[in-house]
Structure formats: structure tokens, C-alpha cells
Design a protein around this ligand. Structure first.
Ligand SMILES: Nc1ncnc2c1ncn2[C@@H]1O[C@H](COP(=O)(O)OP(=O)(O)OP(=O)(O)O)[C@@H](O)[C@H]1O
Ligand SMILES: [Zn+2]
Length: 475
């Protein structure tokens, strides 16, 4: 479909590059997944909407996609730089549950949220299923690249070429934040294996040549990407915070293990943060929004996907309820226009000159480092084309929607109504009352019609005659 190259921003050299798959006709993508010690906030979910849009774009270009989003169920400490407690063990202790139960619970919620945001099903390997391979990696790297301290096996970052070239400012931003562990050779050295301290038992621990303990978080992603995608693979993604510590450490391990200066992925991509008035949305700072909160307030989850798509993935996105309202309204307009195409049979082979411009605009935008804000306007241009065969129009709109993942043909007006959990009246009751009112009006029985209107108003439903969006009522 697309004859222009797909251009992507590579964090490795800070340049836009043409994407060239390593294996012809295929694309392999690894995305750092959640640490399942808590709910994922909507900022975390932005990272997966971005990765999914990338995956959909690769599929759209006819590539066979293998996408992995791992589940970190062990090893991530409260500081990315190997200091503090294990996030899983800490959450388990606080909840009085086992770390394993906590991990399973939050993984399920995470997967349900991915579904609700139309993130296509990637592979979800759990770190705890790969510990044996992690130990193998440790043994293999140990002699040339690691040293043992009382607390564990550490990676010496001076043993690989160009350590930290991915990070923006290794000295002040990266290393500056690293808490020191006594005996470390370089401040940026990190744990490959963390030994369980003498006299303690951890819920999640394994035997290893370095004693009982658990793998380091950075090691997990190196090992799972190698096992599931093979090194080298095409694209590695994550949130922009990973560019500073986690990904430089992954690269160092890949270089050491693979005996190569190569980072193991052709392109490293990072999404920017979702912020609110206080800054980066973050679990560690206490209050945060989860997808369910949006749903409880009556918003369809895809309004949030729309909100994400309205910003370029490399820009910060500020969350506000007004912004979410605007995204919802935009989605509604699209759904109303898509509805008019009814059940027309899409005709992907047929062409119409009226769609040349929107299609060209769409391809150019999405190929330009996933410029979804412009791609959305191209979709709107296509939806606005009049007096054409509906089958052709449907095929064009559907192809664009496949990339953006908004499910325009599956959503209905009713799905998109603001319908807070706390509302007293059900959708069916409202529809029923409206139908009775319509019948009364048709018979010029205005007394009944007004009575129904007042009845609804008493329950907080405003009937909107002549609403330009055709949304006959709102709460
Ligand atoms: N505010 C945010 N906006 C966008 N992406 C984010 C944000 N916060 C975290 N991420 C990304 O979400 C993904 C999942 O991260 P993880 O589950 O490890 O969360 P975390 O680091 O514990 O979160 P937090 O930083 O909120 O405490 C990572 O790719 C991370 O970079
Ligand atoms: Zn990772």
C-alpha cells in the first residue's frame, strides 16, 4: 500500500532513519512491559498505545509482526538503578498476600486494560519463567564483564564499548541518580544477580552459582528479547525514562553476551510522558489515574486512545478532563460518520479519485515517525468525502482505522455516551422513554411528550432536540 519508506526516530543516534527489516517481510518488536506490583496508570498505558500503533503500522506495511511485551514479575527495585527494595516483595508485604498472587492479579488487570484500549494481543512472557536462561547469561558474562560483591553479581560497565551512548546525559542525569553500593567499580555498574541477604528468605528466590537470590531487572529484558525474538531484532521500545538507565544496561549486557559492539536492536524508540499539573504521572508519587477511573466517570476507554493519538508520541501529553472530553467528542463525530456507511461491503480493490488526497496524506503522516495527529485529520478527510460509493469509502476508512485502532465500525453512539457508574437510570430505560416520547410527538400529543421529557429531567437526563451531533440526550 505504501510506497514511501517508513521513517522512525532512533534514540541511538537521535536521527530519523528509514526502517529496513532485518529479515525480509518481517518485523520483530520488543516493548518493556509493566512491573506488576500495582495497577498501571494511564501514563504507563500511553507507552503501550504507542507500541501498538507502531505494530499496527508495521502490519499495515505488509510485514509479519512479532511483538513482545514482557511482564516484569520479579527484580525491579524501587529505584531503576538497583537500589531499594524489590517492588513485588514490598507490595506483597503491604497487602499481606504472596508476591506470586500480586503478580498474577495485576497482570490480569493489565491485560484487560490493553484489550479495552484495542492493543492487539502481543506475547506476554513472564520474567519468572526465564530465570534459568538469566542464570546462563550471568555465567557466560561473568568472567569478562562481572564481579561479585557481598550483595550480588555486578556488571562492570567499563568492559563494553560506549556504555550509555543512548542516555541523554550519562553524567548528570543518569549516573547522578544512582545510589552507591559499597564496592562497585563504577557508579553505573548494576546487578545481574541480587543475593538474598544472609538470614532472610524472599518469596521469589532461586538457586544460582552466586547463591540464593533473584535476577536483576535489566537482565530480564535482554534474555527475553533474545529468547523470543532472537538477537539482533528490529525495534525496541519503552518510555523515555528507560533511555537513561534500563536500556543502556540492556545494551551493555547484549554487547557482553553476544560478544559484539552492536546494541542488538536496529532502532530504539521512546515515548514521552503523560503528565498532569504536577508533572510526570507516576506510581511512586502517590495519586495516579487508572483506566478504570475514566470508565467509572463514564468515558469509553477508546476516548483515551484517541487522546494519545492526538499527540505525537515524542511530545509530552498533558492529561486533563477537558482534553478527554474533546477527544471523546472527536471520536463521536467519527463514529456518526462511520455509522452512515451502514453495513456496506468494503471494496478495497476499487479506487476513487476523491480519496487520493486523504490516502496520500495518511501514508505520508504515518510514515513520518508515526505522525498520528496528522493521520487522524486524514481519516477525517476521508470520512468527509461525499457522493462516492459507500463500499469504497468504507474500505478506505477501515484501512486507516486498522492502523489507528479506534474500532470506528464496532462502536455505537450508545457506547460513547457519558454514563457515569453512579447514574440512576439505565440506557435502556432512557431509550425506551425516548421512543415513547417520539411516538407521542408523532401523534401531536405534546402533553405526553412534555411529561416524558420532565420525567427524564428529574432523573438527570437532558433531552436534546436538534442536537447537532445527533446525540439525542445527555446526562
Ligand atoms: N507518565 C508516563 N507516561 C508515559 N509512559 C510512562 C509514564 N510513566 C511510566 N511510563 C512507562 O510505562 C512503562 C511501564 O513502566 P513500569 O510498569 O515499570 O512503571 P513504573 O516505572 O513503576 O511506573 P512509575 O514511573 O509510574 O512508578 C515503561 O515503559 C515506562 O517508561
Ligand atoms: Zn525492559
Amino acid at each position: 500500500m505504501a510506497d514511501q519508506p517508513l521513517k522512525l526516530f532512533n534514540s541511538l543516534n537521535r536521527k530519523i532513519e528509514d526502517f529496513v527489516p532485518i529479515r525480509e517481510g518481517e518485523a520483530r518488536v520488543y516493548t518493556c512491559g509493566p512491573t506488576v506490583y500495582n495497577y498501571q496508570h494511564i501514563g504507563n498505558m500511553r507507552a503501550y498505545v504507542f507500541a501498538d500503533t507502531l505494530g499496527r503500522t508495521l502490519s499495515h506495511r505488509g510485514l509479519k509482526l512479532s511483538h513482545v511485551i514482557n511482564i516484569t514479575d520479579v527484580g525491579h527495585l524501587t529505584s531503576d538503578a538497583d537500589a531499594g527494595d524489590d517492588k513485588m516483595e514490598k507490595a506483597a508485604a503491604a497487602a499481606g498476600k504472596s508476591a506470586w498472587d500480586i503478580a498474577r492479579y495485576y497482570q490480569e488487570v493489565f491485560e484487560a486494560d490493553l484489550d479495552r484500549l484495542n492493543v492487539r494481543k502481543p506475547a506476554h512472557p513472564r520474567a519468572t519463567d526465564y530465570v534459568e536462561s538469566m542464570i546462563e547469561w550471568g555465567k557466560q558474562m561473568q568472567e569478562k564483564h562481572c564481579y561479585e560483591l557481598e550483595s550480588g553479581l555486578y556488571f562492570d560497565v567499563s568492559t563494553v564499548p560506549e556504555y550509555g551512548r543512548l542516555a541523554r546525559a550519562v553524567t548528570d542525569d543518569g549516573e547522578g541518580r544512582i545510589d552507591t553500593v559499597e564496592g562497585k567499580r563504577n557508579a553505573a555498574d548494576f546487578a545481574i544477580w541480587r543475593k538474598t541477604p544472609p538470614g532472610e528468605t524472599r518469596q521469589m528466590e532461586w538457586d544460582s552459582p552466586w547463591g540464593k537470590g533473584a535476577p536483576g531487572w535489566h537482565l530480564e529484558c535482554s534474555v527475553m528479547s533474545a529468547e523470543l525474538l532472537g538477537h539482533p531484532f528490529d525495534i525496541h521500545t519503552g518510555g523515555i525514562d528507560h533511555r537513561e538507565i534500563h536500556h543502556p544496561n540492556e545494551i551493555a549486557q547484549n554487547q557482553a553476551h553476544n560478544c559484539s559492539a552492536d546494541s542488538a536492536a536496529s532502532i530504539w524508540m521512546h515515548n514521552n510522558f503523560l503528565i498532569d499539573r504536577r508533572g510526570k504521572m507516576s506510581k511512586s508519587t502517590g495519586e495516579f489515574l487508572v483506566l478504570q477511573t475514566l470508565v467509572d466517570r463514564g468515558y469509553h476507554p477508546l476516548a483515551y486512545r484517541m487522546m494519545c493519538l492526538q499527540a505525537h508520541y515524542r511530545s509530552e501529553l498533558e492529561f486533563s478532563w477537558e482534553g478527554l472530553d474533546a477527544a471523546l467528542t472527536r471520536l463521536k463525530r467519527m463514529v456518526i460518520l462511520a455509522e452512515r456507511l451502514g453495513d456496506a461491503l468494503p471494496q478495497p480493490e476499487a479506487e476513487h479519485p476523491k480519496f487520493a488526497q486523504p490516502l496520500e496524506k495518511f501514508e505520508t503522516a504515518i510514515s513520518d515517525d508515526l505522525n498520528t495527529p496528522i493521520a487522524l485529520t486524514a481519516l477525517e478527510d476521508a470520512l468527509a468525502v461525499k457522493k462516492v460509493d459507500v463500499g469504497i469509502k468504507r474500505a478506505v476508512v477501515q484501512a486507516m482505522d486498522e492502523v489507528l485502532g479506534l474500532s470506528l465500525f464496532d462502536l455505537t453512539r450508545a457506547d460513547l455516551r457519558i454514563r457515569p457508574e453512579s447514574a440512576e437510570i439505565t440506557e435502556n430505560e432512557i431509550e425506551d422513554a425516548l421512543a415513547r416520547r417520539k411516538a407521542a410527538r408523532a401523534e401531536k400529543d405534546f402533553a405526553t411528550s412534555d411529561a416524558i421529557r420532565d420525567e427524564l429531567a428529574a432523573k438527570g437526563v437532558e433531552v436534546m432536540d436538534g442536537d447537532p451531533l445527533g446525540w439525542e440526550w445527555k446526562l
